[in-house]
Ligand binder design. Structure first.
Ligand SMILES: Nc1ncnc2c1ncn2[C@@H]1O[C@H](COP(=O)(O)OP(=O)(O)OP(=O)(O)O)[C@@H](O)[C@H]1O
Ligand SMILES: [Mg+2]
Length: 238
């Protein structure tokens, strides 16, 4: 569904992504792992067209979308759930959700989509009239994922959903992400911690990035057999 071929992305003169190639097939969850500052978010911004590549190809459903405007890429069915959780603080949960469907759906489909989101995130249903700004960090993360679902994306790019959240909430969110895949969705997930990625099933694939390059790839099962190298790439004990 998504294929990056030898992608190079710069911020000014800083060469951040250095020949990144990776693939996400329909129905997969693919994890992009790497320590702070290696280029994970930049990879997602490159796919979305927010930080377009200087060279290389980004194929989505066999179209090369490299260099296209972000709104066009979004319309093709890719949705980015950013690491900074951009919930609108002075809109309610329901209003935030509806915003997610404005561009992509007909008005009579929206109530059904809201119900679908509440089935995944019952906590949000309990908070339906609460303002986005009054939600906990975990609830804001859930709302950002749910808002993306409202646009019925073909591919969801989820950037570090676990960041700064309590272990119990991380567990809840990972279970929901697993369920989204079971229901047929395709997901690329950015994560810093191998132990969180390992909660996905063994046959899911992961790429490990270091200094803007892909250093390792394989199923989580295969990577867990090469833990010494993984620890070296991630720079932490796992
Ligand atoms: N807007 C920007 N302008 C210049 N340099 C940037 C910009 N955004 C990121 N960088 C640099 O690009 C590199 C990769 O950043 P990126 O945000 O992609 O890393 P990351 O892997 O997502 O890290 P984190 O785990 O901290 O989110 C870093 O060295 C960072 O300092
Ligand atoms: Mg990041």
């Amino acid at each position: 569904m998504l294929r990056l071929e030898d992608v190079n992305t710069y911020y000014g003169y800083s060469h951040i992504l250095q020949g990144v190639s990776l693939e996400v097939k329909e129905g997969e969850i693919v994890v992009l792992l790497g320590r702070n500052g290696v280029g994970k978010t930049t990879t997602m911004k490159t796919i979305m067209g927010v930080q377009p590549p200087k060279s290389g190809k980004v194929f989505f459903l066999e179209d090369n979308i490299a260099g296209q405007a972000p709104h066009k890429i979004s319309r093709k069915g890719i949705s980015l759930i950013p690491e900074d959780r951009r919930v609108i603080p002075n809109l309610t949960v329901l209003e935030n959700l509806r915003l997610g469907s404005l561009m992509h759906t007909k008005p009579d489909e929206r109530d059904g989509l809201v119900e679908m989101c509440f089935a995944y995130f019952p906590r949000l249903k309990e908070r339906i009239k609460h303002l986005g700004g009054n939600l906990s960090g975990g609830e804001q993360q859930m709302l950002t994922i749910a808002r993306a679902l409202m646009g019925r994306p073909k591919l969801m790019l989820i950037d570090e959903p676990s960041e700064g959240l309590a272990p119990k909430i991380v567990h809840e969110i990972m279970e929901i992400i697993k369920q989204l895949q079971k229901d047929g969705r395709t997901i690329m997930l950015v994560e810093q911690h191998m132990e969180i990625a390992m909660r996905l099933s063994d046959n899911q694939r992961a790429y490990i990035m270091e200094k803007g390059q892909i250093r390792m790839c394989g199923t989580l099962d295969e990577l867990s057999c090469r833990m010494d190298e993984v620890v070296q790439c991630l720079g932490v004990k796992v």
